[in-house]
Design a binder for this molecule. Structure first.
Ligand code: ASP
Length: 319
């Protein structure tokens, strides 16, 4: 009998040790920009909200059933990449040459592992390539044909360029030939029940981009960053300015070295530092206590979150 009690005590002790009692938390974005009420048709608005809902609910279920934050980030972003509604995967914008070139990155806050790819044309889900680079190569950042060669070795799903072509983005290219713009990048940040943070971002970049242009999204520290000491961040906006401001890492550094809260750090970067050099956009972030911040200096940002209490929030415009 005594042995039985000791066994029960040991089991309970073990449970306490492994269950750090974190509630899962997740946030996503589908891009920031000039999204004004009335510009989107009611039908399109509904489609976007439904897709954000589907993606965040899926990611949350993964976290609830003890999946890692990295897995939740990948699977959530895949849903957004497979939708033509966002500037990532299937719905990516056209380059000046009439091609599609994807950028993606992922980072784990647990061990600061990271993977990123740029300029790939045939990978169906670029976030899976970024993840394979992180886990199965000794590198962090691969580009263009080399990245695709690696993807083949990893048996990642490849498609023809035509798979990514949509009429909506083609019209956008025609309209914006002389006025490059960006919009609709996707990203996800998550905290799992072990308290591990992860962040990922995936994009087609800017409509009409030339000369192999690379934005902030695949650059660790600029568009994506995660560190269990501080926070996980995924950005969207005018990539050139986000790179010059090293936005995602700056949020983490302001928390680590200056002791700012996540909210204060994001406010400083998005509403003070970035606009002071002409940058516009926004970001989603989760700190290591599970607090969520989704902030932007543009009229709108497609976004959704589920907090520690399981409350879901989906929004497009500035309230
Ligand atoms: N930041 C992305 C880029 O510059 C674009 C976006 O977020 O919409 O490539």
């Amino acid at each position: 009998m005594r042995f039985f009690y000791i066994l029960i005590l040991l089991i309970c002790f073990n449970c306490q040790e492994t269950n750090t009692n974190n509630q899962p938390v997740i946030a996503i974005h589908g891009g920031a920009g000039i999204i004004l009420k009335g510009d989107l048709s009611i039908e399109k608005e509904k489609l976007i909200i439904e897709k954000l809902d589907e993606a965040i609910s899926h990611g949350y279920e993964i976290l609830k059933s003890t999946g890692s934050s990295t897995d939740a980030v990948i699977e959530t972003i895949k849903i957004l990449e497979n939708s033509p509604l966002f500037n990532a995967g299937k719905g990516a914008v056209f380059t000046n040459q009439g091609t599609i070139e994807h950028d993606a990155s992922i980072m784990s806050g647990e061990n600061l592992n990271a993977g990123a790819s740029t300029g790939t044309k045939y990978i169906k889900n670029p976030i899976t390539l970024a993840h394979s680079i992180m886990t199965n190569s000794e590198h962090v950042f691969l580009s263009r044909e080399g990245a695709e060669e690696f993807a083949k070795l990893q048996n990642l799903e490849m498609v023809e360029q035509e798979y990514f072509f949509t009429d909506f983005r083609l019209n956008q290219l025609e309209k914006q030939k002389n006025n490059p713009s960006k919009f609709g990048t996707v990203g996800c940040v998550a905290m799992d029940i072990n308290g591990n943070l992860a962040a990922g971002t995936s994009t087609g970049g800017m409509t009409n981009k030339k000369w192999g242009r690379i934005g902030d999204s695949p650059i660790i520290g600029a568009g994506t960053y995660a560190n269990n000491k501080t926070c996980a961040v995924s950005c969207t906006g005018s990539g050139e300015y986000f790179m010059r401001s090293v936005v995602a890492y700056d949020i983490s550094a302001l928390m680590e070295y200056k002791g700012l809260s996540l909210k204060e750090a994001v406010f400083k970067v998005i509403h003070k530092k970035l606009p002071s050099i002409g940058g516009d956009g926004g970001l989603i972030a989760i700190d290591n206590k599970g607090n969520i911040v989704m902030d932007f200096n543009t009229p709108g940002m497609y976004r959704a979150s589920i907090n520690k209490d399981g409350e879901k929030n989906i929004a497009i415009y500035l309230k």
